[in-house]
Design a protein around this ligand. Structure first.
Ligand code: GLA
Length: 386
């Protein structure tokens, strides 16, 4: 795979790539829409990842090709102000260069070839994977020595300040710092992490609804505003600091929508704490209860599910009965659901989805049985290309 990518690089740039930066997509086990309220999340990095092959140039140009968008390319000069270009995916590279320069670093020109197998538009963080892999590439090629955490923060700034998405820090942090075989509890207030080994008897199954997502960024940004307003009215700096008692006390000051959003975040933070030991101990009954409560809260209080993801959760949970835990995962408004179950029950999910999903929603789902993969990796290439 790397050999063939390296060959493509050489075909495009007539010189071999010297290095490879790769960063994964993620699935969130629990702790949804809590990160931008300084809350707790429990995602894991996937083996699906974005690879960035590169070679330093002698000038200030960044030239970008992607195997995912053959025939399209982008290039820009890092020595002048960076603005948006025509290519939507190219703008993520520009966004990273923009925030790294804004942080006071000097960037060198590079030739880049990107290739990603993170499913796009499914809520598995293909854009965070791209930002983190590009951050790693700029850090190494311009000798900036950025830590994975710093790269994650820059990735979030790229989304917030260049791509107009007011996302939290979860996706970039897990892509930068994920560990094979483990989930990572991230405290989005101080960015401390605690890794939790995923028990070997548990399988991680992602079912992508393939529901066409619309207005995702504007709805997402609106949720964030609702949370900030609720916190302000309760006189706390972030919803992380609120409790159910405080919420009850301020109920009349909040709009009905703000109340529901705050109720989700407060209860979801507690579910993350409870899920940590349940996951470590493979305690399926508790995981089922927590993941189901999380899904219902995202459906009723946070209002980010759609009938297709609600339906998939129902189909999979009914098929697994007490042998699995199921919920929507990621930002919502479509996207994927995640199931935790034993290896022998993966078949049950596949069968139930094949029998019922299309009939109910006229959509085909994609099913991925995943392992937790590694976070950001940067390596010098030793492969000789012939
Ligand atoms: C998107 C955002 C994250 C997070 C999730 C919801 O993936 O990028 O920051 O808010 O939605 O948990």
């Amino acid at each position: 795979m790397i050999n063939s990518l390296a060959r493509q690089f050489e075909d495009i740039y007539h010189s071999p790539a010297t290095s490879l930066s790769s960063a994964p997509g993620r699935v969130n086990i629990i702790g949804e829409h809590t990160d931008y309220s300084d809350g707790l999340v429990l995602p894991c990095s996937l083996e699906f990842c974005t690879k960035v092959l590169y070679r330093k140039r002698q000038d200030n140009l960044v030239v970008v090709h992607s195997t995912n968008y053959p025939g399209e390319s982008d290039s820009f000069d890092v020595s002048v102000d960076i603005s948006h270009g025509k290519s939507q995916w190219g703008n993520y590279i520009r966004a990273m260069a923009f925030v790294i320069k804004r942080a006071g670093h000097r960037l060198c020109g590079v030739d880049i070839l990107i290739s990603s197998d993170v499913p796009q538009g499914s809520g598995l963080s293909s854009s965070a994977a791209l930002e983190v892999a590009i951050g790693g590439m700029f850090s190494e090629s311009s000798e900036l020595n950025l830590t994975p955490e710093k790269i994650a923060l820059l990735g979030q700034q790229a989304e917030n300040d260049f791509m107009d998405c007011q996302c939290g820090i979860m996706d970039q942090m897990i892509s930068a710092k994920g560990e094979p075989g483990s989930a990572l509890m991230i405290d989005c207030r101080d960015l401390s992490t605690q890794s939790i080994k995923i028990p070997e008897d548990l399988s991680l199954v992602i079912v992508n609804s393939n529901y066409p997502r619309k207005l995702v960024d504007s709805e997402y940004n609106q949720r964030r505003i609702n949370c900030e307003q609720a916190a302000k009215k309760m006189n706390v700096s972030m919803l992380r600091d609120a409790t159910l008692d405080l919420l009850a006390q301020y109920k009349n000051d909040l709009t009905a929508v703000e109340y529901k959003r705050a109720h989700h975040v407060i209860t979801e933070n507690q579910r993350v704490i409870d899920a940590m030991s349940a996951l470590a101990n493979s305690d399926m009954a508790t995981l089922k209860r927590l993941m189901s409560a999380s899904h219902n809260s995202l459906r009723d209080d946070f209002e980010v599910t759609v009938p297709a993801t609600d339906g998939l959760v129902e189909i999979c949970q009914a098929a697994l009965e007490d042998n699995g835990a199921v919920r929507m995962t990621g930002g919502g408004f479509g996207g994927a659901i995640v199931c935790l179950c034993r290896a022998e029950d993966v078949r049950t999910i596949k069968q139930a989805v094949a029998e019922q999903y299309f009939d109910k929603f006229q959509l085909q789902a994609d099913i991925y049985v995943c392992n937790a993969g590694s976070g950001l990796r940067i390596e010098k290439l030793r492969v000789a290309v012939t």
